[in-house]
Design a protein around this ligand. Sequence first.
Ligand code: ATP
Length: 339
Amino acid sequence: AALREVMIDVRGVSKSFPTRDLGMVKALNTVDLTIHGNEFFTLLGPSGCGKTTLLRLIAGFETATTGAIAIAGLDVAALPPQKRPVNTVFQNYALFPHMSVAENVAFGLQMLKVPAASIKTRVAEALDMVRLGGFAERRPSQLSGGQQQRVALARALAPKPRVMLLDEPLSALDLKLRKEMQSELKRLQQETGITFVLVTHDQEEALAMSDRIAVMRGGNILQVGEPREIYHNPSSRFVADFIGESNLLPGAILGRNPDVTVSVRPEQIAITPAIEGRPGRVKGEIASVTFLGLDTLYEVALPDGSRLRTRTREAAAPLAEGEDVVIDWPDTVERELLN
Ligand code: ATP
């Protein structure tokens, strides 16, 4: 692979906040992270893991307790947010209601003292980019939620930042619009070549959009990798469980060291009716059936009292609750995880 330009370099960054009882909460714990130019990078993790704090540190809205951040090769410690080559799109994108769409997009450029003549062109370019060319004179109140979100994106893109920081930008949208905007964001990143850093707690969204993902928990980055790598080779129990769905089996079931957990994805498990003499790894009984359209989820009760979740393509003869089954999976799909 070609050497890639380092766009954001986070070294040994910690961030502590004072708490009410005069203690401290460590939001980030000595984080190291490298984000490349022209990358769609996602910070993914549950609520409170520190992803927003990391984004705000990159943006310049917070100051690190320890460590250093460089953007495009420049240490940004002394730079306020507006002097950094980044722009942020927030969840509540707060357009100015009394301004037209074009005025909203022009606002940031005026702040940057861009000459009036080029503001006009850049606003038109930015609106075309988000496919709102015909909407320049409308007020935000005359737009749908998705269109308003596009205006916020155009406003952030117009100054041509090196980096776009996106803090859960789609979480206010309904599911259908959200999916639409996911591909829209992906397209914008690819067309502009700007580095996008997205914060989300939605693992599906992260898998669908990202070139690489950092999975965070409790102020630490647990794993960084491409979506497929993280999905197929989770490095820890937490990642296996947080990304997609996983059956976490104690090593003992497979006659191994009991300190090991083995992860098997529901869709990697073959499930067939128990017929006398049919070989299989484990016998079980179908405890529940959930029809999902393309797939069916079966929860299988095992002899030891545990449950296994499987996901299979909807078959001509679906299995029924209470039916005896054998389940199996190839050794190659097992992932051993440290506890
Ligand atoms: P969410 O998805 O809920 O926004 P997050 O992963 O973005 O969560 P952060 O907002 O970065 O998490 O918060 C990380 C930790 O730091 C949490 O324990 C949070 O309560 C704490 N924290 C964040 N900002 C502050 C602040 N300004 N003052 C005190 N504590 C804070």
